[in-house]
Ligand binder design. Structure first.
Ligand code: NMX
Ligand code: MLT
Length: 448
């Protein structure tokens, strides 16, 4: 079938049986231990979440339902005469585990285009934000308001628990269809004096319509956005069920995906849940690093011009380290260069190799890791996804730094929405780890 809901219905049945059997056989097997350090250290190393359909290898990076990012670039359907994968196809893959056919992807595009219109009260709200409100705050507030339209919220307590996922599915499809319209209004209204009405050409794909609605009709930019949407680790952390309802694993549970899942576990609808995720993504150690990493590059150019020497760059890094971490470097899980960085580098090599900002990003790639290694305590001295994105957005005309993390939020929505559907389909319970006082911890240690 080309209808995602029909395909999902069958997949959910099979997956539920598999999990039931697994839990019957192995439910009491101990697979992880919790140390005092883990309790104080952001729950590092504690397996408390399950990634149904993907994995994040510290060395290899993200794997989407068994496919690496470079593989997906080749396997997922593209727009006609284009090279980069369509995010619609990724969403199908995230939901079903299958690489979709062209017809299935077309069907997704059609669905999202059909659902893209925003209610008037949401448009009014978007047009009334003071322009100083950060775009991520605008996005979060708008999503929260959209919960008024949730079909899921209206059915909680009315229909059987097993049926709830069907309403979550409808809401998630709506959210994905509308979130790009919301983002394009935020962009045009905050930065271009007016809030342009989103242009939804029914013959065009999700990313195309979004880019054109932003007022940037440039094929290379649209291709980058398609790639970027696919790239933002839309699955690993999102396809995580808190089946064991405990703690976050080192390899899973990034802030935005975990926040979304956590709020969803209280049976909040997808709008409320994803607003929570967006709020987490807006933090400087998470998605805001996209704009901070770009600022870092711009500051280097301001100080040394377009062609800084390696020595100047090293001095700049050392100085910056006195104030905080180098944005775009390091990771809680990865122990290698983020493949999402590599994929963007590959794109930039083809399309914008002469851009002076891009050149500095590459120079930093050479100079930052040895310095971070030298500090001794940094677990991962390599660049993450955020080290590269900003210079590419800027190259194609998005000069407004505060908007960069919104792109991240659009991309992450694909993974979080696919997981919310699954979480409700599997009937996952409310997430509620235990917390202890220091005295209680000390007693536990004494008794251990
Ligand atoms: N520059 C300088 N110091 C760093 C960096 C860095 N880029 N990364 C980690 N450290 C320090 C870290 O501050 C900590 O120091 P202290 O013990 O004094 O607090 C020490 O190294 C050990 O930290 P790690 O265990 O390596 O990293 P952790 O898992 O705690 O944090 C990040 C991971 C991503 C929060 C951290 O690497 C960081 O702050 N990076 C810069 C911000 C960034 O790029 N964030 C985006 C991540 C990707 N995303 O999109 O979310
Ligand atoms: C992410 O994609 O969320 C970041 O790489 C951070 C993380 O995985 O913790």
């Amino acid at each position: 079938s080309n209808d995602l809901k029909v395909v999902l219905r069958e997949k959910i049945k099979v997956e539920k049986e598999k999990i039931e059997k697994f839990r019957k056989e192995s439910g009491k097997t101990v697979i992880s231990k919790v140390t005092v350090d883990a309790v104080y250290g952001g729950m590092r190393g504690v397996i408390g979440l399950v990634g149904q359909n993907s994995s994040l290898d510290p060395k290899e990076g993200i794997c989407y339902r068994g496919h690496t990012l470079p593989e997906l670039r080749k396997k997922l359907p593209t727009a006609p005469n284009c090279a980069e994968p369509l995010p619609e196809g990724l969403f199908w893959l995230l939901c079903t585990g299958d690489v979709p056919t062209r017809d299935q992807v077309d069907c997704m595009t059609h669905e999202w285009n059909k659902r893209a219109d925003l209610p008037q009260f949401v448009i009014d709200m978007l047009l009334s934000f003071p322009k100083e409100v950060h775009p991520m705050a605008q996005l979060s507030a708008t999503l929260t308001t959209l919960s008024t339209c949730s079909q899921f919220a209206k059915q909680v307590g009315k229909v059987k628990k097993e049926q709830l996922w069907e309403y979550m599915y409808e809401d998630c499809m709506d959210l994905l269809a509308k979130i790009t319209s919301i983002a394009s209004i935020i962009y045009t209204r905050t930065y271009k004096e007016c809030g342009l009405k989103p242009i939804i050409d029914p013959k065009k794909d999700w990313s195309y319509n979004f880019c054109v609605s932003m007022g940037i009709d440039n094929e290379a930019y649209i291709e980058f956005i398609r790639l970027y949407m696919v790239m933002q680790r839309s699955i690993t952390e999102q396809m995580i069920a808190s089946v064991f309802c405990f703690f976050s694993d080192h390899g899973t549970g990034n802030v935005s995906a975990h926040a979304t899942h956590l709020v969803g576990s209280a049976l909040s609808d997808c709008y409320l849940s994803y607003a929570a995720g967006v709020n987490g993504l807006a933090g400087p150690l998470h998605g805001l690093a996209t704009q901070l990493a770009f600022k870092f590059v711009v500051s280097i150019r301001k100080e040394f011009g377009d062609k800084p020497t390696d020595e100047q760059i090293r001095g700049f890094i050392q100085n910056y380290l006195k104030t905080g971490p180098i944005p775009g470097y390091g990771h809680a899980v990865l122990r290698n260069t983020d493949p999402r960085f590599t994929v963007q580098k590959d794109f930039a090599e083809k399309h914008l190799a002469d851009d002076p900002n891009v050149k500095i990003v590459w120079q930093l790639f050479k100079e930052v890791p040895p310095i971070l290694k030298g500090i001794g305590k940094v677990q991962n001295p390599w660049p993450n996804v955020d080290a590269h994105s900003g210079v590419i957005f800027e190259h194609y005309g998005v000069k407004e730094l505060d908007f960069f993390t919104v792109f991240f939020a659009l991309s992450r929505a694909l993974g979080t929405m696919s997981w919310l559907i699954w979480a409700r389909a599997l009937g996952l319970p409310i997430e509620r780890p235990l917390s202890k006082t220091l005295d209680e911890l000390m007693k536990l240690v004494a008794a251990a």
